[in-house]
Design a protein around this ligand. Structure first.
Ligand SMILES: C[S@@+](CC[C@H](N)C(=O)[O-])C[C@H]1O[C@@H](n2cnc3c(N)ncnc32)[C@H](O)[C@@H]1O
Length: 212
């Protein structure tokens, strides 16, 4: 029997060269109940984290943002197969599409889990977390909303800490520059499970919006 050709999933897509127009979903019809609090998983990859949370927390809606086409297709199929009424995935560059995708003050929580570190200094400009991205997220979070960030890469953790802690809209939930307290109930992402199995350190921070 002829074998189905395997889809090639590139390891990285350079966000600075991503040119596809984003298809903006109609959020009023995208979910069974559009009124539920919205959680956004930026760089959802296979959707493992987001879909497990969608199963565990049916009283919230979930959107995965992903820049790699075959992964978006895979997540879409998983959502369909599991008939999840509270999960969606969008093909986009989150750096350029975040404010177009969501209305002001409409997102309850944003996850940035293990973003590509782009190790070489000349590639740091491709990193996801930049001042403009933080502005975009702050403008879309609800007043009680939260940005959660995790990485295994100390250099990136420190860069993000410097950026977010200097940003006037954010306040660290656990005190200035403090890591998030471990939550044994939390859903692990693919990357997090892998790093924990290797005994790698994980740098995790949660920021709310500053009052006022
Ligand atoms: C290292 S993986 C981490 C995946 C997952 N969050 C986890 O923790 O297992 C980073 C993911 O972010 C996606 N990504 C990178 N830059 C992006 C961007 N600008 N917009 C949307 N997705 C992006 C990549 O394609 C990749 O799937």
């Amino acid at each position: 029997m002829a074998q189905k050709p395997k889809r090639r999933v590139r390891h990285h897509v350079n966000p600075l060269s991503f040119r596809r127009p984003v298809e903006l979903p109609d959020w009023s019809t995208a979910f069974a109940n559009p009124e539920l609090p919205l959680e956004v998983d930026v760089g959802c990859m296979h959707g493992t984290f987001m879909l497990e949370r969608a199963r565990r927390v049916p009283e919230h809606n979930f959107v995965g943002l992903e820049i790699r086409v075959p992964l978006v297709e895979e997540v879409r199929q998983r959502i369909e197969r599991d008939a999840l009424p509270n999960a969606r995935v969008v093909l986009c560059n989150a750096n350029t599409s975040f404010t177009d995708l969501f209305a002001p003050q409409s997102v309850h929580r944003v996850y940035v889990h293990f973003p590509d570190p782009w190790f070489k200094a000349k590639h740091h400009k491709r990193r996801l977390v930049k001042p403009e991205f933080l502005d975009a997220v702050a403008s879309r979070l609800t007043p009680d909303g939260e940005l959660q960030f995790a990485t295994d890469y100390k250099d990136y953790a420190e860069e993000v800490l410097d950026l977010v802690e200097a940003h006037p809209r954010y306040t660290n939930r656990f005190g200035p520059r403090a890591p998030a307290q471990p939550d044994p109930e939390r859903v692990l992402t693919n990357r997090e499970a892998w790093h924990l199995s290797l005994g790698d350190p994980v740098y995790r921070y949660h920021w709310g919006l500053a009052p006022g």
